[in-house]
Design a protein around this ligand. Structure first.
Ligand code: ADP
Ligand code: MG
Length: 261
């Protein structure tokens, strides 16, 4: 009789897509007996078992889909080393409200100050709160759009990059764009405008973007959409990559390097 009922419960759990409870049912029942759980407590533990497992699975899948270039976290960022990074703003951004509101984030600063680190850390935080994220570099993105265009599949590619709630475009500015590729990027920014968030990192100040796009009009139109609802993190400081070398006296501090004529 008990075995029959047990089989029936297992079957129902599978039909309800609660495989974790199905696996842990015996343990949950003995815990309930041992701790003298009320019916409500038992229900709470059963549901927690499944929702926690589903959340873990969702986060794991979200991290894979995002294609982050490595594991970087907010906890792993040394805010004392980089005092111009607005830690309060990053904490606010980490809540995910900017993604819910379709707002953008720009992280600007010289090489090595932690732009990619913070972009990945913020991206991971977004996956954890339940937003879909995709990480790409500007070079890879523009390459994919240009290839799609020549294959007659631009619309599909633009739709693909429009889908994630947060699209991270890393390293804009290392490469200059021809008019045609600049326009492809503009189309993407335009599609996502007020419908999805962008996080862009760049080593160039916003005022220098015109040069990067070899087309002031496209640059201005793109910036207009990007900046309309946006948060800007301006990071000014020394490269973390050179930190230890500087300590050893092998490299001059950024303040000295920047004084080149
Ligand atoms: P950027 O993208 O601005 O060129 P990165 O984010 O790639 O710089 O940083 C270079 C390296 O230094 C990475 O390994 C990164 O994790 C590390 N890093 C940079 N800034 C910090 C920091 N403040 N605390 C800890 N690690 C840092
Ligand atoms: Mg970088």
């Amino acid at each position: 009789m008990t075995q029959l009922m047990n089989d029936r419960v297992q079957e129902r759990l599978v039909r309800l897509r609660m495989p974790h409870v199905a696996l842990r049912l015996d343990a949950l029942l003995s815990d309930a007996a041992r701790h003298d759980w009320t019916f409500l407590e038992f229900m709470d533990h059963v549901l927690a078992e499944e929702t926690d497992a589903k959340q873990r699975k969702r986060v794991t899948m979200g991290m894979q889909i995002a294609h982050f270039p490595g594991v970087k976290t907010m906890d792993g960022f040394d805010f004392d080393f980089q005092p111009t990074v607005d830690a309060t703003l990053l904490r606010e951004l980490s809540t995910g409200r900017f993604v819910a509101n379709h707002e953008n984030v720009l992280m600007l600063g010289p090489p090595g100050v932690g732009k990619t680190h913070l972009a990945v850390a913020l991206g991971r935080a977004m996956v954890e709160v339940g937003h879909s994220v995709l990480f790409t570099t500007a070079t890879a993105l523009v390459g994919a759009l240009a290839k799609a265009e020549s294959n007659g599949q631009l619309a599909e590619k633009l739709a693909f990059y429009r889908k994630p709630k947060l699209l991270i475009i890393d390293e804009l500015g290392y490469l200059t764009f021809e008019k045609r590729t600049a326009h492809l990027l503009f189309q993407l920014v335009d599609r996502r405008y007020e419908s999805g968030s962008l996080l862009v990192t760049s080593n160039l100040a916003v005022t220098q973007w015109g040069r990067m796009f070899s087309d002031e009009v496209t640059a201005a139109a793109m910036l207009d959409r990007l900046l309309h609802h946006s948060y800007i993190l301006n990071i000014k400081g020394d490269s973390y990559r050179l930190k230890n070398k500087r300590k050893a006296g092998a490299v001059a501090p950024a303040s000295v390097l920047n004084q080149a004529p």
